[in-house]
Design a protein around this ligand. Structure first.
Ligand code: NAD
Ligand code: LMR
Length: 340
């Protein structure tokens, strides 16, 4: 048990650092959609995170059981389940970080955009509640289509008068996690040493891994660069097909969501040089008002958004190709967020 706890903490990187001392501030994390495929393992990982003192698990159903189960783990976070509209405010009250994986996942043959019809309204409602009950919290949006749900969230927050672009994030960490894994496998190197920037958005060609900037640097043939890029872009579909109608990535997403939330908490706690790739309001690509790139996280959320650096010709072409699709997903989200 202790070994498991230790392993998980190592995976989350932060727990072994000096920053997780007794002076670590109290932090509340709320997960909305906590009884789902992502929500349950994500709840488990956040319960094991040493920076979390309160863990609120909210869903429209199922959270009493999930919370009872997770709350028996002998780690610091006080864990409570909340279910239904009437308990949402209490779940959110005092939250520092709100993670939203609520909504339906894809089935084979669907695009992420096919989820818009259902998930757009779910995200809109939950973000409105977050604005009301926890206006200063960092929002981590996992629900797809991320390319649109984040612009929806921004519009809702603007209407509520609480929008701070530094505090709204689309979680694209899973693309980075996949790119690292696929690159390490292809080049026969230790995945623990690998970094791969992934920029753009979170759907198909809008996911742009920058293998030319990967470390440790390994030369890739044009064919290798194409294959690795395609596999990263289609990683979600690979899982959807393998699950054959039983949903999309949940375990790897919970891991990625926990990594990103951990980075948000470390930033809030004042740890220096905390950097992750995430989808934020941005001027990095002038045509796109939201874009995922390297972001430094600090006590106020996104402290600095980094430029893309030097791209290979292949990556420049990929960037040019993604602009149309990403712009139309952003516009669709903005329009929905402003409506009714
Ligand atoms: P799931 O169906 O297993 O779980 C979703 C949960 O959301 C369910 O428990 C459901 O009851 C809950 N829910 C629905 N409406 C709600 C509401 N109004 N308030 C609170 N909870 C509500 O789905 P999943 O596999 O966990 O996936 C969830 C979402 O995450 C999907 O949209 C999926 O596409 C997305 N996703 C994103 C990434 C990413 O990289 N950003 C990766 C994987 C999945
Ligand atoms: C993923 O990348 O795994 C998620 O966005 C889920 C999906 O539908 O592919």
């Amino acid at each position: 048990m202790k070994g498991l706890l230790r392993l998980s903490q190592q995976a989350l990187a932060a727990s072994q650092r000096a920053y997780s001392s007794s002076s670590t501030p109290e932090r509340k994390v709320a997960i909305l959609g906590a009884a789902g495929g992502i929500g349950q393992p994500l709840g488990l990982l956040m319960k094991m995170n040493p920076y979390v003192s309160d863990l609120a698990l909210y869903d429209i159903q199922g959270t009493p059981g999930v919370a009872a189960d997770i709350s028996h783990i002998n780690s610091k976070a006080k864990t409570k389940g909340y279910a239904g509209d009437e308990q949402l405010g209490e779940a959110l009250k005092g939250a520092d970080v709100i993670i939203i994986p609520a909504g339906v996942p894809r089935k084979p043959g669907m695009t992420r955009d096919d989820l818009f019809k259902i998930n757009a309204s779910i995200v809109k409602g939950l973000v409105a509640a977050a604005a009301e009950h926890a206006p200063g919290a960092l929002l981590n949006i996992i629900s797809n289509p991320v390319n649109s749900t984040v612009p929806i969230a921004a519009e809702v927050l603007k209407q509520k008068g609480t929008y701070d672009p530094k505090r709204l994030f689309g979680v694209t960490t899973l693309d980075v996690v996949r790119a690292r894994t696929f690159y390490a496998e292809a080049k026969g190197i230790n995945v623990a040493d690998v970094e791969v920037p992934v920029v753009g958005g979170h759907a198909g060609v809008t996911i742009l891994p920058l293998f030319s900037q990967a470390t440790p640097h390994k030369d890739l043939s044009h064919e290798e660069a194409i294959a690795l890029t395609k596999r990263t872009q289609e990683g979600g579909t690979e899982v959807v097909q393998a699950k054959a109608g039983k949903g999309s990535a949940t375990l790897s997403m919970a891991y990625a969501g926990a990594l990103f939330a951990d980075a948000c908490l470390r930033g809030l706690n004042g740890e220096p040089d905390v950097e992750e790739f995430c989808y934020v309001e941005s001027q990095v690509v002038p045509e796109l008002s939201f874009f995922s790139s390297r972001v430094r996280l600090g006590p106020n959320g996104a402290e600095k958004i980094f430029d893309l650096g030097e791209l290979s010709e292949f990556e420049q072409a990929g960037l040019k190709d993604l602009i149309g699709e990403l712009k139309s997903s952003i516009d669709k989200g903005i329009e929905f967020g402003r409506s009714g």
